[in-house]
Ligand binder design. Structure first.
Ligand code: ZN
Length: 594
């Protein structure tokens, strides 16, 4: 049976319009329906991609045929027995890894944002023609992991996919990109790098190869794909990544890529490597070891699972862990990254109100739609999820002869390899089987409940001491002992450089005084409120009172604020000097430094 055929072309680069065609050889006899996904797998928010569609028309047997909208994301063509083509223009000017983009510098698209799905033909094989743009773009080439059927030297031409779901899991980059290649455990890997960059490509290939091999080795030494593609868009400011089975799209800051004279990895480069490592680990965890709720995805509505924390949190745990296990960063640097994650979670009062299981379930309306109250009401299933993964790993390693690696390998061989959805609670069942009551307690308290994972106790077994201190400044992210004096007081609010309150933390000094998010601070005790006068305020003593003038909307008001003691919410980790030798050997086995 012939499948669905698509064609995509740059219709008007300056207007950011693709023209997309979808042809069904045998349309439904009562009028073929076409539907666009409401969301893209990996990013759990209803995005209504159909809002960027316009000029939708249809042709059958070479003649125009009626097509009308039935719902916000659904069109239905008049009945016909001839091959039916729907043609649409798609506005593409969103610089993210989730949708589509077209201007004079590049073209890029994700299938869910541009390809209509003909109802009843979801499982039919698909072909896609990627049309070369005009002569002005003669240097543009195509980077995608779609299977090429007949393409020219630049990659324009025909691609094939086994089904609609397969078609939309391979984003396509069309640009004059820099190509960097390396092999990891015998599998070819490519980076297609777009944006103005001047980097040390050899260094990037060398480091990424080590990280990729650490992940491949964790899952038994052979990669589940025949090739892998990193599509990297470098910009002045931006961040994001989206995982696919055989590729990932990354958006990063230009200064996160390695310069030619870079020595040890700086913070920015570690950030990039962590992002690439994260999305790469997803090729196993979530793309192949996937929740039953995603097998298959229902692209018309929210797909609920209480275990996003396991798919995102465990992935967040392994993204940085792979950097130290592969030798790309030093163990001390890794402990700094862990301490920063602990710091961020400790500064989130919402971790006392939302469990990881609930945060997973409500991702669609909470995590992906943050507002000024989010830190008070929610917890990140990425960050706390990574800490729970760490706690599980340390527990399995110290109490038994197992590790989280064993849990992942178990899930891989029983579900991932066979492409079967993982039932809810299977993580908990497997980990509890290996780790017994200690693991059960972590799930009860820290996944279903709102407790912090007991990392100070667990770290002690590995010869690591966890220290907490007050933040030394507003950009103190933790990871190191305080340099210089720490404040003696706090107002328990996050203040932007323009003195606007971004977050007033629950039960904190600012909230108790009557200040709220979006208020603009004007004066402290009658003196102009600036970052400098704020810092001076924080050097006064807890319990002292301050008259604060502020604007709410356009109305000036004043309140009396009682300074609070500074929270000890900033973490750093050190190696214990007098740890027993078992602690050191446990630590070496964990970090792969043995
Ligand atoms: Zn992720």
């Amino acid at each position: 049976m012939p499948g669905t055929h698509y064609e995509i072309a740059a219709h008007d680069v300056h207007a950011h319009l693709f023209e997309v065609r979808c042809t069904v050889p045998h349309p439904a006899s009562d009028g073929q329906r076409f539907r666009l996904p409401a969301w893209i797998p990996g990013s759990y928010l209803i995005r209504e991609f159909a809002r960027q569609f316009s000029d939708v028309r249809a042709e059958a047997g070479g003649k125009p045929i009626a097509i009308r909208k039935e719902a916000k994301d659904t069109w239905r063509a008049a009945p016909t027995s001839a091959p039916l083509t729907v043609i649409a223009r798609v506005y593409a000017f969103d610089l993210s890894v989730r949708t589509a983009y077209l201007d004079t510098t590049r073209g890029y698209f994700n299938g869910p944002a541009v390809f209509l799905c003909p109802e009843g033909h979801e499982r039919a094989p698909c072909t896609l023609d990627v049309v070369a743009p005009g002569d002005a773009y003669a240097r543009w080439r195509v980077a995608t992991t779609l299977a090429a059927e007949s393409v020219d030297a630049r990659g324009f031409g025909r691609y094939g996919a086994a089904s609609y779901d397969d078609l939309i899991d391979h984003p396509v980059e069309i640009a004059d990109f820099v190509e960097i290649g390396f092999s990891a455990r015998g599998v070819p890997h490519t980076l297609a790098l777009t944006g103005r960059v001047d980097i040390d490509g050899d260094r990037l290939a060398r480091d990424l190869q080590r990280v990729c091999e650490a992940h491949i080795d964790l899952f038994g030494g052979s990669a589940p794909f025949e090739r892998y593609l990193f599509q990297v868009m470098a910009v002045g400011d931006g961040y994001g990544g989206l995982e696919h089975r055989d590729s990932t799209s990354l958006l990063c800051r230009r200064d996160e890529l390695p310069r030619r004279d870079l020595g040890a990895p700086n913070d920015e480069y570690v950030n990039f490597l962590g992002l690439a490592s994260h999305e790469y680990f997803h090729a196993w965890n979530v793309k192949r070891i996937k929740p039953a709720a995603f097998a298959p995805y229902d692209l018309t509505r929210e797909n609920y699972t209480r275990e996003l924390w396991a798919y995102e949190g465990i992935t967040s745990y392994y993204d940085d862990l792979a950097l130290v296990r592969s030798g790309v960063i030093e163990p001390a640097r890794y402990l700094e990254l862990v301490a920063r994650t602990i710091t961020t979670v400790l500064r989130t009062p919402g971790r006392r109100r939302q469990s990881l299981a609930d945060a997973s379930f409500d991702a669609w309306i909470k995590f992906y739609r943050p507002d000024e109250n989010s830190p008070n009401a929610t917890v990140s299933y990425y960050l706390k999820g990574a800490l729970v993964a760490l706690a599980l790993d340390l527990t399995l390693r110290s109490d038994g002869d197992a590790s989280l690696d064993d849990v992942m390998r178990n899930l891989w061989s029983r579900f991932g390899v066979r492409d079967i959805g993982v039932p809810e609670d299977e993580f908990e069942r497997i980990a509890s089987e290996l780790g017994g009551d200690a693991v059960r307690e972590i799930f009860a308290r820290c996944v279903h409940g709102t407790d912090d994972p007991p990392l100070d106790r667990l770290f002690a077994t590995f010869g690591i001491e966890l220290h907490l201190r007050p933040a030394a400044s507003s950009n103190d992210r933790g990871g190191k002992p305080a340099s210089g004096a720490v404040p003696d007081a706090a107002i328990d609010a996050k203040i932007a450089p323009d003195m606007r309150i971004q977050h007033a933390y629950r039960d904190g000094a600012a909230e108790r005084a009557g200040l709220a998010a979006h208020d603009v601070l004007v004066a402290f005790d009658g003196l102009h409120a600036t970052q400098d006068t704020l810092n001076a305020l924080l050097r006064r003593r807890a319990g002292e009172r301050v008259r604060v003038h502020a604007f709410r909307r356009d109305e000036l008001f004043d309140v009396e604020l009682t300074l609070a003691p500074p929270a000890r919410d900033t973490c750093y980790l050190t190696l214990s000097a007098d740890a027993p030798s078992r602690a050191a050997s446990l630590r070496h086995a964990w970090l792969g430094t043995a």
